[in-house]
Design a protein around this ligand. Structure first.
Ligand SMILES: [Zn+2]
Length: 198
């Protein structure tokens, strides 16, 4: 688990009001999708320490301006496939612009370069998605690299005009490998890429 104390709770509510609108009274979400990521580094311990801080590091200027709560995710998957649950599945984590109010984040330890994601992580993510889909009304599984394709989807909600981030993680090869293993669940991916040219 990561620290989800009063400070993180109030910063999360601040983020929700700013980006998701309305007047949210708590940090619970109704999970409708799973977003897969990679951490950008080789160590689960370092990733945990990073996510454990309630406030975002000031160096991440664009993110800090958009809210002080730190990034995080509900799950962290180590390179050997060990799954760590960092917070309850239906608590809000900041991991994917416009979708955090409906999305469970899964961070895989690795960077897609010197530390490519592993076969064990593919199996672990598939197993985790299978569990989540059996527990929550999940309809979509996407990679963070596919998030901008969700902008026209009703799930997407971002109050701050022009606030978006372009991400490459975890990439098409990893997504294809995971999807192959959960094909029977018939979960949707992002809408087709037609609007990528816009
Ligand atoms: Zn990501």
């Amino acid at each position: 688990m990561i620290r989800y104390d009063d400070e993180r709770t109030s910063l999360t509510l601040e983020y929700r009001r700013l980006h998701e609108g309305g007047d949210p009274q708590d940090v619970t979400i109704t999970p409708r999708m799973v977003v897969l990521h990679h951490t950008g580094g080789p160590s689960a311990d370092a990733a945990w320490r990073y996510f454990n801080r309630p406030t975002i590091e000031s160096g991440r200027a664009t993110l800090a301006k958009a809210g002080r709560v730190n990034v995080g995710a509900q799950f962290l998957v180590d390179r050997d496939g060990t799954i760590f649950r960092l917070m309850p599945e239906d608590w809000h984590a900041r991991h994917c612009v416009g979708l955090n109010h409906v999305a469970i984040g899964v961070e895989n330890v690795g960077d897609g370069k010197e530390h490519p994601l592993t076969a064990a992580q593919i199996e672990a993510d598939a197993r985790l998605i299978r569990y989540l889909a059996a527990t929550f009304p999940i309809t979509h599984v996407i990679g963070h690299n596919e998030a901008l394709q969700m902008r026209e989807h009703p799930y997407f909600h971002e109050e701050v005009a022009g606030y978006k981030t372009r991400k490459g993680d975890p990439g098409p090869a990893f997504m294809a490998a995971v999807r192959e293993r959960i094909a029977d669940l018939r979960l949707e991916g992002p809408p087709p890429k037609a609007d990528a040219a816009r």
